[in-house]
Design a protein around this ligand. Structure first.
Ligand SMILES: [Zn+2]
Length: 325
């Protein structure tokens, strides 16, 4: 087994202490939003002597991250594989450079995500049944948006809300939505958030996000596993490029049940090219293929076929390439 060190991302929404403490670093005032354990060119993990992870494993189809959010991340959706391939080809044909801020598709891969909470973690994920939501709006005397939702349905309401014309955000919001409005005062995406499942994951619970599922991570710390892609379409809670029309095109406007899920027999549900297994302290992980192991206490490692690792402290999450659905 080989110890690996992640590439750190200092995005402004990051928490200043969680990831540094996890990695045994001294926290500073600088936010550390993400720690990437993978071979993605935008942030590759390295061994103790600085060797890039890909020199050992080749290019991995998945990546593992710690994320630590002190502020909400953008309201976003990820494309399917077909949509990513089409979008990548379309933007190349249009002559957009790789770092053009208008570029949406940065590669030709989909980006299904698994997020496993390490601390209580709040998020918006998928849509409630719109009839129930309209009833909730009416019970709160939000007549205008109740009427609009009943008249236009989920897709029409989202289109109208993000156009920022006829609808206004109510004053008497529940605390989670008021916090979003206070962080993003003039952002009509707050109206979209009111249609969505607001969830608080307990440590160990997860979200397994397929293409097309609208989501926003709001606060907390987690392990995240995803395909090695950077394709994100944003519509709110961000200063980055937003693309309402592309978001409307690729978002699934089907209502969904409560999205909180759990591991079964230690295996997390997966929607992508990865498989994630949780191992408690004291257990031994035996690798039957290249495995990235991150732990909540101590170092993280890559195991090659035949290697093993005993979890001496904390909880370990072991990720391997799975079969894409
Ligand atoms: Zn996402």
């Amino acid at each position: 087994m080989t110890r690996i060190r992640p590439a750190l991302k200092n995005y402004d929404w990051g928490d200043t202490s969680f990831i540094p403490r996890l990695l045994g670093l001294v926290p500073t005032d600088e936010p550390v939003a993400e720690a990437w354990f993978g071979t993605h060119p935008a942030g590759e993990a390295v061994t103790d002597d600085g060797t890039p992870l890909s020199a050992i494993t080749g290019r991995l189809p998945f990546m593992v991250k710690f994320i630590a959010a002190a502020k909400p991340l953008s309201l976003q959706v990820h494309p399917s594989l077909d949509e990513a391939r089409e979008g990548w080809a379309r933007e190349n044909a249009a002559g957009l450079s790789g770092d053009d801020p208008r570029r949406i598709y940065r590669d030709d891969s989909d980006k299904p995500e698994l997020l496993v909470a390490l601390t209580p973690f709040s998020a918006l994920c998928g849509f409630h049944d719109p009839t129930a939501t309209a009833g909730w709006f009416r019970a709160r005397s939000w007549t205008n948006i109740a009427d609009t939702l009943e008249r236009l349905g989920l897709e029409g309401f989202v289109r109208e809300a993000l156009s920022g014309t006829s609808l206004t955000v109510p004053d008497d919001l529940p605390p989670w939505a008021a916090a979003l409005r206070d962080a993003h005062p003039d952002d009509p995406a707050v109206l979209v958030a009111l249609l969505m499942h607001w969830v608080e994951l307990a440590p160990g619970e997860c979200l397994a996000l397929d293409a097309g599922v609208l989501h926003a991570y709001l606060s907390g710390c987690a392990v995240e596993v995803m395909n090695g892609s950077d394709n994100v379409v944003r519509a709110g809670f961000t200063t980055k490029h937003r693309d309402r029309d592309e978001l409307l095109r690729i978002t699934s406007f089907e209502a969904s049940p409560n999205p909180i899920r759990r591991a079964e027999s230690g295996v997390y549900p997966s929607t992508g090219s990865y498989r994630v297994v949780v191992h408690p302290e004291g257990s031994t992980i035996r690798a039957t293929e290249t495995t990235i192991v991150v732990t909540t206490a101590g170092a993280s490692h890559v195991l090659q076929t035949g290697e093993s690792l005993t979890v001496t402290a904390g909880t370990a999450y072991a990720a391997t390439a799975g079969t894409p659905r």
